[in-house]
Design a protein around this ligand. Structure first.
Ligand SMILES: Cc1cc2nc3c(=O)[nH]c(=O)nc-3n(C[C@H](O)[C@H](O)[C@H](O)COP(=O)(O)OP(=O)(O)OC[C@H]3O[C@@H](n4cnc5c(N)ncnc54)[C@H](O)[C@@H]3O)c2cc1C
Length: 317
């Protein structure tokens, strides 16, 4: 018998499938706002919320093609982590040591401010301050764990701790683990509850959120912008006119790699997330494309095979 494959991301994604059914308001008829935001993910909702807090009189509308959290914001690993650049070594590589040190501090501040925000606004997203555990499966990964801790210490962080075989096995009793790194700070949360919490908070402050309303065109309309559900929307078609616009529709809902221009393109990294309840263990396998992409790659290019596999395990203490 062929197993039934859910035909919708709302059924297939662990977090989205747990969300209780709820009503929504689609964009119907013509609406006006000072700012129209396309996309109700973390970026869109936070943008809307902060704009409203800066100026409560501002009329802000968010237009989302699915329900809020339809994109990456509802389909991620749910890890609240203190690294801004996926790792401090990467931050040094990308921006140099002085900037990486600043980013490391910002990352820690970010976690503190975010958790304070959740508490203040009573956003219930099952946040648990678990910290993070990275496990090493090979001697090379044990070396990498050592380098990870040394790099963090060099940047002035006291939150990274090297674990030997005995210490890691006391945490997770698997003979496969040769060592690892414990990071204190950060934790796990339910990303869909986080987005819905932000949506509720934004709506309480007067932001209008229109869902199941795909934006097909953003057009100039004099000094304003028209966010239409079809190109060249007539006044009878659903549309939102705004004096300003913000695009918060990220690339994750696109299929494949965006076409390249001028020899540059965005290459999505594959990440697989396995969530196991009731222990609430999250295992993320991160795969880094080995090849460098050239201007000849197109949106139809196949994803490369993984060159490296790493495992992270996070669970409540
Ligand atoms: C597999 C995976 C795991 C991750 N794990 C983590 C993690 O553990 N911790 C962490 O901090 N980050 C993680 N991230 C990154 C994080 O999820 C993203 O950085 C973040 O969600 C981006 O938010 P966003 O609002 O910019 O984009 P999105 O959440 O993608 O929001 C864009 C929204 O725009 C909507 N949209 C798109 N086109 C249109 C249109 N034409 N009309 C109307 N609406 C439209 C989409 O439906 C979507 O809701 C992960 C990402 C992925 C993909």
């Amino acid at each position: 018998m062929t197993p039934q494959i859910p035909d919708s991301i709302e059924q297939a994604c662990f977090w989205l499938a747990r969300r209780a059914p709820r009503g929504h308001t689609p964009l119907a008829g013509a609406r006006e706002a000072d700012v129209a935001v396309v996309g109700a993910g973390l970026t869109g909702l936070w943008t809307a919320l902060f704009l409203k807090e800066l100026d409560p009189a501002l009329e802000v509308a968010v237009v989302e093609q699915g329900l809020a959290a339809h994109g990456a914001s509802g389909r991620n690993a749910g890890m609240l982590s203190e690294t801004v650049d996926h790792g401090h070594a990467l931050a040094i590589e990308h921006f140099g040591e002085a900037e990486a040190r600043r980013l490391a501090r910002l990352g820690e501040t970010n976690v503190a401010e975010m958790t304070a925000f959740l508490a203040e606004r009573d956003i219930r997203c099952d946040y648990e301050p678990t910290g993070r555990l990275m496990v090493a499966l090979t001697p090379a990964q044990v070396e990498e764990a050592r380098r990870t801790v040394a790099t963090a210490e060099r940047l002035g962080l006291a939150s990274f701790h090297l674990l030997d075989r005995e210490a890691i096995q006391a945490e997770v009793h698997s003979p496969l683990y040769l060592g690892g790194v414990r990071v204190t700070g950060g934790g796990i949360l339910d990303p869909v509850k986080l987005v819905d919490g932000l949506r509720g908070e934004a709506e309480r402050r007067g932001v209008r959120v229109f869902e199941r309303s795909r934006v097909a065109a953003v057009e100039r309309a004099g000094a304003a912008a028209r966010v239409g559900r079809s190109a060249g929307s007539s006044p009878t078609q659903p549309e939102a006119s705004s004096r300003n616009g913000a695009a918060a529709a990220s690339a994750v809902v696109r299929r494949g790699t965006p076409a390249c221009s001028a020899g540059k393109c965005f290459v999505p990294r594959r990440t697989r997330t396995v969530t196991v309840v009731p222990w609430f263990t999250v295992l993320v396998t991160s795969m880094v494309p080995p090849c460098s992409f050239t201007s000849s790659c197109t949106s139809e290019s196949p994803m490369p095979e993984p060159s490296a596999v790493r495992a992270f395990v996070v669970w409540p203490r």
